[in-house]
Design a protein around this ligand. Structure first.
Ligand SMILES: NC(=O)c1ccc[n+]([C@@H]2O[C@H](COP(=O)([O-])OP(=O)(O)OC[C@H]3O[C@@H](n4cnc5c(N)ncnc54)[C@H](OP(=O)(O)O)[C@@H]3O)[C@@H](O)[C@H]2O)c1
Ligand SMILES: [Zn+2]
Length: 358
């Protein structure tokens, strides 16, 4: 059983866990709070993959460790019990004789999966589970999808004009991008890029827009850039994707020499007619290559064929549709989604529709 106070402290765990976004992956974002007689005496979160776990940071932050044997540890994910990059948190809890642990949800990682909770209980530690479980799963939706579906969490994103076009009509002009939305949304997209470990775009988007696909209007880590080419375009150095400025993964049908920050991965390509969607199995194969590389989530930034392929295969988790205030009258029509948005955000004269594939 848990009470309202448990929820208050768990909410704090979730709040601080979020600071790990963009850095914790492929690990989950985790927050921990230590409470003594109703007062928080320590807290910590998992700041980056390979770094200390939230529980370790929380215990370290306690000024009077002698209070630990009379305290409760709140943590947004089941404590680990395996030796990974850091020693198990269950042993830390037992060593400090923390008598009670409140957990939001169990860890879907097969190396943990309930074993952390059992280990603590076996040693006489009281463990309460399920406090704000839905919120904790929502916060770590990328991590849970990655563990449970063995593929990255997929966020589709595109910008469209007021009249529903995602690109101007192209007439063989030099590759260049056309911005549909306002500056505030440009910054937002860069924040989103910093939150996901990878960005995937279709080949035509590279050829037509020549995007940099980096984070420059916000602070944060540069994502891995992903694209598929069959064949590799002539003079790839014409395109920024191949500039070696940030980690880039290119799927191709034939081997090419690797270069700094530029990995070529050889995969079979499907036989398909021009403009035809990519088959589900092929998309699944690309996603499993990303899974093998521990890419926990991917932001798919178009174009139309790639977005439609993922939509029709049902291989998506979220869609974020940005609508600008321009009218294009002709060009490439934006995809349509089979359901209603779950929420809408208005940003000056633009808007963002948020969809979930439930
Ligand atoms: N508004 C937005 O948010 C947004 C975002 C991104 C892109 N866009 C626009 O969308 C347009 C591109 O969309 P799209 O549907 O044409 O394509 P896409 O989804 O970006 O890329 C997939 C297409 O790339 C083509 N392609 C060309 N060369 C290729 C090669 N060497 N290897 C593999 N595929 C190759 C394929 O054409 P075939 O079917 O002929 O094989 C395939 O249909 C761009 O002009 C861009 O401006 C808009
Ligand atoms: Zn741990």
């Amino acid at each position: 059983m848990f009470c309202q106070q448990d929820e208050i402290f768990m909410r704090r765990c979730l709040e601080i866990a979020r600071h790990g976004i963009g850095h914790a992956a492929p690990n989950p974002m985790v927050g921990a709070v230590i409470v003594h007689e109703g007062e928080i005496i320590g807290e910590g979160f998992h700041a980056r993959c390979g770094g200390p776990h939230a529980e370790v940071e929380a215990v370290r932050s306690v000024r009077h460790p002698e209070l630990l044997p009379q305290s409760t540890l709140y943590v947004s994910l089941e404590p680990c019990c395996h030796y990974g990059k850091t020693p198990p948190c269950t042993e830390l809890i037992l060593k400090h004789r923390i008598p009670k642990v409140v957990v939001a949800c169990s860890d879907p990682n097969p190396q943990v999966g309930g074993k952390g909770i059992s280990r603590l209980r076996e040693e006489g530690c009281e463990v309460v589970t399920g406090v704000l479980e839905a919120e904790a799963r929502e916060l770590n939706r990328r991590f849970f999808t990655f563990q449970e579906k063995r593929r990255p969490y997929i966020i589709l994103k595109w910008a469209q004009s007021l009249d529903g076009f995602m690109d101007v009509a192209r007439d063989g002009s030099e590759p260049e991008s056309y911005w549909i939305t306002n500056d505030a949304l440009k910054i937002r997209v860069h924040q989103w890029r910093a939150e996901e470990p990878a960005i995937w775009v279709g080949a035509n988007t590279i050829l037509n827009d020549n995007p940099q696909l980096n984070v420059r209007h916000a602070a944060g880590r540069q994502p891995l850039r992903v694209a598929c080419f069959n064949p590799l375009p002539a003079e790839p150095e014409r395109y920024r994707l191949f500039d070696g400025q940030q980690p880039t993964l290119v799927f191709v049908p034939e081997p090419h020499p690797q270069a700094e920050n530029l990995e070529y991965c050889v995969v079979p390509f499907p036989e398909r007619a021009k403009g035809e969607l990519f088959p589900r199995e092929w998309l699944g194969m690309i996603l499993s290559k990303l899974y093998e590389r521990q890419v926990q989530s991917v932001l798919v930034e178009g174009g139309r064929v790639l977005l439609d392929s993922l939509l029709s295969a049902g291989l998506w988790d979220e869609a974020r549709v940005l609508t600008g205030s321009v009218t294009l009258r002709r060009g490439m029509e934006a995809p349509t989604l089979p359901q209603q948005p779950e929420s809408t955000e208005v940003v000056q004269d633009n808007s963002i529709l948020y969809y979930r594939n439930r």
